[in-house]
Design a protein around this ligand. Structure first.
Ligand SMILES: NC(=O)c1ccc[n+]([C@@H]2O[C@H](COP(=O)([O-])OP(=O)(O)OC[C@H]3O[C@@H](n4cnc5c(N)ncnc54)[C@H](OP(=O)(O)O)[C@@H]3O)[C@@H](O)[C@H]2O)c1
Length: 359
């Protein structure tokens, strides 16, 4: 490895998010000493003029593009226009401006949602565009597929070095725990944790949990509520009670989960050692193992130590039945995930109860 990389000016777009914050931790641990970042309030990546001014001034040499509008099945299905507009405008602005400013290398974070709804399993890179997409996240998937192609065309026409990675479902610290917009793991952790507090009658901790992080479903209004009955009723309305927790779907679907710190290690490893010609159009990053959501729910229930029942709301969609990545190519390049799911989940729950706020 070329140690000069450590002095490169590296811009992490989305450094406060689940994946971006893990990339930041990884680079800091590896003694990268010239990292730059801006929050979405300081620079809105959907605004081309702001992106151009930033690149002009800072001249980054490497970019990790992990800024995106991300959400679970509910957010995706109900805000499709925002998902396609935000994600396309962010990536078009950053990628085109990176090319104009002769950025040495860029890593684009895609998602396993790019694969067809009825894809063969495990999903190989060559299955892209081989069938129709899952309708619940079609807008997001189309934005992600367009960005893969954007990188590919800039590489081919302008000799850029923009690499794309497709991780499976990611979980870790700094995740989004807003129950209206989140993914399955943070949702399960928060629901079981709140149900445990309700069972103990620890209403002060319930209120503290709401104050600590956005929760969604207008539950923030409970902050000033001193009626235990109203608090119990409000949570029951969203399927959380002292005796049970309701989960979306049948629990029969399978998913693959990757710890964010394993993903960030893979991203830095690829940036340091490979270029787009080695990687091709994009490369999958996963663990190679999946788990039935019912089993995942039971595992998290035990870690959180909630001794109530798990109920399933089968009127809600499951999404794709199975989404397992074929990881032969990244394995052949010399990378594999290191964190087993139970250890990763324990780390996240420990962080969740010990940390006062999301970064
Ligand atoms: N989470 C997963 O399971 C998963 C799985 C596979 C792939 N990925 C990919 O990984 C990438 C990052 O996902 P994530 O889970 O880390 O998302 P996240 O936690 O929601 O973080 C997204 C980040 O993007 C930034 N951002 C959003 N809109 C922006 C805007 N208009 N201008 C500037 N910054 C903006 C936010 O910045 P602020 O905090 O400053 O507002 C935030 O830090 C995405 O491309 C996603 O597709 C995620």
């Amino acid at each position: 490895m070329n140690n000069n990389y450590k002095n490169y000016k590296v811009y992490i777009a989305g450094h406060r998010g689940l994946v971006g914050s893990a990339i930041k931790r990884r680079l800091e641990k590896s003694n990268y000493n010239n990292l730059i970042f801006k929050t979405s309030v300081e620079m809105d990546l959907r605004r081309q003029e702001q992106v151009e001014a930033f690149f002009e001034k800072e001249k980054p040499e490497w970019i990790f593009l992990s800024a995106a509008k991300v959400g679970g099945i509910l957010a995706n299905a109900t805000n499709s226009a925002e998902f396609i507009y935000d994600n396309l405008s962010i990536t078009i602005n950053v990628i085109h401006t990176a090319y104009k400013n002769k950025v040495k290398k860029l890593l684009n974070l895609g998602s396993s949602c790019i694969y067809p709804k009825h894809s063969l399993q495990p999903m190989k890179e060559e299955y892209l565009l081989s069938g129709i997409l899952e309708p619940t996240n079609e807008a997001y998937s189309i934005a992600k597929i367009s960005t893969i192609k954007l990188c590919k065309y800039y590489n081919e026409q302008f000799n850029a070095d923009f690499i794309s990675v497709m991780p499976s479902n990611v979980y870790g610290i700094n995740d989004n725990f807003n129950l209206e917009t989140t993914h399955v793991i943070p949702a399960l952790i928060r629901k079981f944790h709140l149900a445990k507090l309700l069972k103990k009658g620890d209403f002060a901790s319930v209120i503290n949990d709401i104050k600590t992080r956005p929760i969604g479903f207008n539950l923030n209004a409970l902050i000033n509520c001193d009626s235990e009955k109203i608090i119990e009723y409000a949570f029951q309305n969203i399927g959380i009670s002292k005796d049970y927790v309701f989960l979306w779907g049948t629990g029969e679907a399978y998913r693959e989960f990757l710890y964010a710190d394993d993903l960030s290690k893979a991203c830095v490893f690829l940036m340091e050692n490979y270029n787009y010609k080695d990687i091709g159009e994009f490369i999958n990053i996963g663990t190679g193992c999946d788990i039935k959501l019912k089993v995942l729910a039971e595992t998290i229930r035990r870690i959180v130590d909630f001794d109530g029942e798990i109920k399933y709301d089968i009127s809600r969609p499951d999404g794709i039945t199975r989404k397992l990545l074929d990881i032969s190519r990244i394995k052949a390049l010399g990378w594999k995930a290191e964190t087993n799911l139970t250890d990763g989940l324990k780390n996240v729950y420990e962080w969740y109860v010990g940390n006062n706020k999301c970064l």
